[in-house]
Design a protein around this ligand. Structure first.
Ligand code: NAD
Ligand code: DAU
Length: 339
């Protein structure tokens, strides 16, 4: 089987490429990635040595480039990770999110129709469900929870979900869709909470916590997300949505304090900053559908996974130091300097 992985030079896509090459050596992988600020060829260093892996630089919204790739490589399965993925950036520049996340997904769906496909899998997010009240810890997102988005990012992802499901209903395209909670682990770009806090703490820099730090996220180790997608593309029912989550809910403050403890750094590094506009309060996933239908279960609990992740950042400083270039510093100043 030939799998086209879009966005494979990013955090989850890169981990997925490694997962597939390790677990399905019989399959081949083509990665299409535009190499935006979030794409990093270093993440694919080991994969590039594997003859079953190839890389194409290109934009999923570039119809000619996508059609040419389908014509040449004839993928059996497409897994679409390519996206603008950071909520804060979507507040700065919503248009880019509409272009990549909606128009780009539309081009991929058209290519799948035109050239034929065994499966198109859209990697989506629990953010499409909006948020849950902090005090209602009995509530979880199920696949039936209505879409109710808060940020331009989540609105663009929800639009792509609807488009994907429309191509199933109208054109009988064999699609599946997954909505996952917050991932963490190796190769996570340091604009996101966990890697940003690890890297700042290592440099004894302030840790910017939005609002009171009481917002809750449901953290899933990235390899567990990869194993879930792997099960869905091979055994999931077409036209279906699968929630993926870890039952590892933590407040942001708990996460930050765990990182500080692990690195033996003082809590005085925490700085409370102006809250994110429209900040979602709590995410929590009910993953019983994928557990029952496909036998998926997360293997790594947060307390173990976070220690492994911190260790990964300690061992791989070359990877993240290379990311902290001028554009990252400019982003950091824009986002945090006067916050
Ligand atoms: P990321 O930002 O780390 O990586 C995105 C990748 O997509 C990068 O390699 C980038 O170069 C590439 N890309 C961006 N625009 C592109 C375009 N127009 N054409 C081709 N490639 C393009 O993102 P991530 O955190 O790995 O997220 C991957 C997917 O998973 C996204 O669709 C995101 O919505 C979804 N998701 C993420 C999380 C999470 O916690 N990070 C959770 C649930 C779902
Ligand atoms: O739930 C899945 C989503 O998780 C994915 O769809 C997104 O692509 C991914 O970025 C992530 O979104 P979040 O907004 O939850 O992740 P982020 O790491 O940006 O923030 C996590 C929490 O930490 C959130 O409540 C905001 C807070 N935060 C974040 C940053 C970057 C801070 O307090 N300080 C910060 O500097």
């Amino acid at each position: 089987m030939k799998i086209l992985v879009t966005g494979g030079a990013g955090f989850i896509g890169g981990n997925f490429v490694h997962y597939e090459l390790d677990h399905h050596p019989e399959d081949s992988i083509v990665c299409l990635d535009a190499l935006t600020y979030a794409g990093n060829m270093e993440t694919l260093r080991e994969a590039l040595k594997n003859p079953k892996f190839s890389f194409v630089q290109g934009n999923i919204a570039d119809r000619d480039a996508v059609y040419a790739l389908f014509e040449q490589d004839k993928p059996d399965v497409v897994v679409n990770f390519a996206a603008e993925s950071h909520v804060d950036r979507s507040i700065e520049n919503p248009g880019l999110f509409l272009q990549t996340n909606i128009a780009g997904t539309g081009v991929l769906l058209d290519a799948c129709r035109k050239y034929g496909i065994g499966r198109f899998h859209q990697v989506s997010t629990d953010e499409v469900y909006g948020d849950l009240p902090l005090e209602r810890t009995d509530l979880f997102f199920t696949e039936e929870t209505p879409l109710h988005t808060s940020s331009p990012y989540s609105a663009s992802k929800a639009s792509a979900d609807l488009l994907t499901l429309a191509y199933f209903r109208t054109f009988k395209l064999p699609v599946t869709l997954s909505r996952c909670s917050n991932n963490y682990g190796p190769y996570h770009f340091p604009e996101k909470l966990i890697p940003l806090m690890i890297i700042n703490a290592l440099a004894d820099k302030e840790l910017p916590v939005y609002g009171k730090g009481e917002n809750v996220r449901d953290w899933l180790y990235v390899e567990d997300h990869c194993s879930a997608i792997d099960l869905i593309i091979r055994g999931g029912r077409v036209g279906e949505v699968y929630n993926i989550g870890g039952h590892n809910e933590r407040t942001n403050l708990e996460v930050v304090k765990t990182i500080l403890r692990a690195l033996n750094k003082p809590e005085s590094l925490i700085r409370y900053v102006t809250d994110r506009p429209g900040h979602d309060l709590r995410y929590a996933i009910d993953a019983s559908k994928i557990e029952q239908e496909l036998g998926w279960k997360p293997q790594t609990m947060f307390d173990t996974g976070i220690q492994g992740t911190i260790q990964w950042y300690l061992n791989n400083s070359v990877w993240w130091r290379n990311v902290l270039d001028g554009s990252y510093r400019a982003y950091y100043d824009r986002m945090y300097k006067y916050r």
